[in-house]
Write a protein that binds this ligand. Structure first.
Ligand code: FAD
Length: 318
């Protein structure tokens, strides 16, 4: 591991002042320190942000303001999160292990790096580590990689379960000294950048608006039950009245370099009867835009089944 210095900030201004060239903010360290051990991340200084005053979850009308240093386990256990936003509590609980969730922070979870094995292996070319080096995954093992938004440069997926739920919840990300931005803008469209943040940008909170009468849940398909990243996951929320879908939100995980908001499916579902054929039609509308590769075409069927099954369960449809 390359030598580095460590500094602990107690105020946001101090954190930003301490952050210099080559620095990285340190949350729980469960992703960053792993990447430092692997030689993928080479910060010269860690600025520990876990003592900043962002460790609270505040009820904000019918919404929530979640501090960036709230631990994942505290977020999932919070009474209001469990009661009003079960989609978020379930997503967080489906991620990692209890020990890791005890350390991992909200800010760090959103900015964790892809789990593409070629990104983590410094002996293999990877455009995310070094733009222009090439993408080993495209011709290699990509069974767990993206089917939406792929580019010649990169087919990585974003690993966060929490971010998928937050995408469905229309969450905003609050950045110190800047206007808050929609979660979707945090990830942007760049094929190789992890986020649209500039060096030194500090996430302070995540804001979730009211869910307006929708019920939601999070489902995740993975290769083992104990802990594993999503092959495909779905955050879904629907409002059904008299058998008709009034509103719905769908976000897929494990299929793109960012949480994939399934807006085509949402559009197909609004004001449609809450029936299995309509759910299938909506899933097909979304998945028509998928561009799977040789080794991950199975994800298209998996995503379709997940959308239809989850909506059927939420809407009590046959
Ligand atoms: C074995 C294992 C299994 C896992 N399984 C899953 C899973 O199934 N689902 C899932 O979602 N996750 C999973 N994870 C990942 C885990 O959720 C992340 O490692 C964790 O959420 C990262 O949070 P952290 O606070 O430790 O981040 P850190 O490792 O401290 O930081 C991650 C990144 O965020 C940046 N950062 C941290 N805080 C801020 C801030 N406030 N502002 C700006 N930048 C910041 C850091 O500089 C770094 O770049 C797993 C991890 C492991 C080790």
């Amino acid at each position: 591991m390359r030598p580095f210095t460590y500094a602990r900030a107690t105020t946001p201004d101090e954190a930003v002042d301490l952050y210099g060239e080559g620095s990285a903010y340190l949350g729980g360290g469960t992703n960053l320190v792993d990447l430092m051990r692997l030689g993928v991340a080479l910060p010269s200084q860690l600025v520990d942000v876990t003592r900043l005053p962002y460790d609270r979850i505040e009820v904000d009308g019918d919404g929530l303001l979640i501090g960036a240093t709230v631990r994942n386990s505290d977020l999932a256990a919070h009474a209001v999160v469990r009661e009003r936003f079960p989609v978020l509590a379930r997503a967080v609980l489906s991620g990692a292990s209890g020990q890791i969730r005890n350390l991992a922070t909200v800010g760090g979870n959103l900015l964790q790096r892809t789990r593409c094995s070629y990104f983590q292996d410094v002996t293999r070319p990877c455009n995310r580590r070094e733009l222009g080096a090439g993408c080993s995954a495209r011709e290699g093992d990509h069974h767990n990689l993206a089917i939406f938004g792929n580019t010649p440069e990169c087919i990585a997926t974003h690993p966060s379960d929490m971010a998928v739920a937050l995408a469905a919840l229309d969450a905003n990300v609050v950045i110190h000294g800047r206007d808050e931005i929609p979660l979707d803008s945090l990830y942007g469209h760049d094929p190789v950048r992890n986020s649209t943040l500039e060096p030194g940008d500090l996430i302070t909170h995540v804001r979730i608006p009211a869910l307006d009468g929708m019920t939601g849940t999070y489902k995740k398909v993975r290769e083992r039950a104990s802990f594993a990243f999503a092959l495909v996951s779905l955050a879904a929320a629907v409002d059904v009245k008299d058998g008709v879908i009034q509103d719905c939100r769908l976000a897929l995980g494990g299929v793109a370099a960012k949480p994939w908001r399934a807006r085509r499916a949402e559009a197909a579902l609004r004001q449609a009867p809450a029936t299995v054929p309509e759910f299938s039609r909506a899933a097909d509308a979304e998945l028509a835009g998928a561009e799977p590769l040789r080794g991950n075409a199975y994800k298209v069927d998996l995503a379709r089944n997940l959308i239809v099954g989850t909506l059927s369960e939420l809407a009590g449809a046959r």
